[in-house]
Design a protein around this ligand. Structure first.
Ligand code: S3P
Length: 165
């Protein structure tokens, strides 16, 4: 369904916070795929990951993407890996305007902190490796790229509103 605003970006990009600010600003309902996965599983992502592995998480995430994209007029905050999954890519691209929330590595790292609840970052060196792999993919998936460094979620939301088609 077109007419949605789809927020993508790396862990720590502020997708949830900007999603909240944008949904309030525009009076649109917010779908947050991570929260939808947690609700469907009845547990936190880290715990789900330990029980069902990345495969189980991605299957639930795909269901969340399908549900969020089934209707129009929503803000959809995606988990950092959602748009990179081939089965989600076309659905998210067809759902509306894809907005990449971009931030420098130092800022992302600071926001992510010790990342206990982000299983992909448990391994040493995973942050830099994943970021290098993913940045070009986010850029090419995006219709709009918004820099978030030094700006509040409300400021970013206002910028996004001004750049919608
Ligand atoms: C992931 C990002 C996380 C969450 C899961 C996997 C990823 O969401 O979906 O841990 O693959 O980048 P955030 O981007 O909201 O941290």
């Amino acid at each position: 369904m077109p007419g949605n605003i789809v927020l993508i970006g790396f862990m720590g990009a502020g997708k949830t916070a900007v999603g909240r600010a944008l949904s309030e600003r525009l009076g649109m309902q917010l779908f947050d795929t991570d929260r939808m996965v947690e609700e469907s599983a009845g547990r936190r992502i880290a715990e789900l990951w330990d029980l069902e592995g990345e495969e189980g998480f991605r299957a639930r995430e795909h269901d969340a993407v399908l549900q969020a994209c089934a209707s129009s007029g929503h803000v959809i905050a995606c988990g950092g890996g959602a748009v990179l999954e081939i089965r989600n890519y076309g659905i998210l691209k067809g759902a509306g305007t894809v907005v990449y929330l971009r931030a420098p590595a130092t800022v992302l790292r600071e926001r992510v902190g010790i990342a206990l609840d982000r299983p992909l970052l448990r391994e040493e060196g995973a942050f830099d490796k994943l970021l290098a792999e993913r940045q070009p993919a986010y850029e090419s998936a995006a219709d709009v790229i918004v820099d978030t460094d030094g700006r509040t979620p409300e400021e970013v939301a206002a910028d996004i509103e001004g750049r919608l088609p």
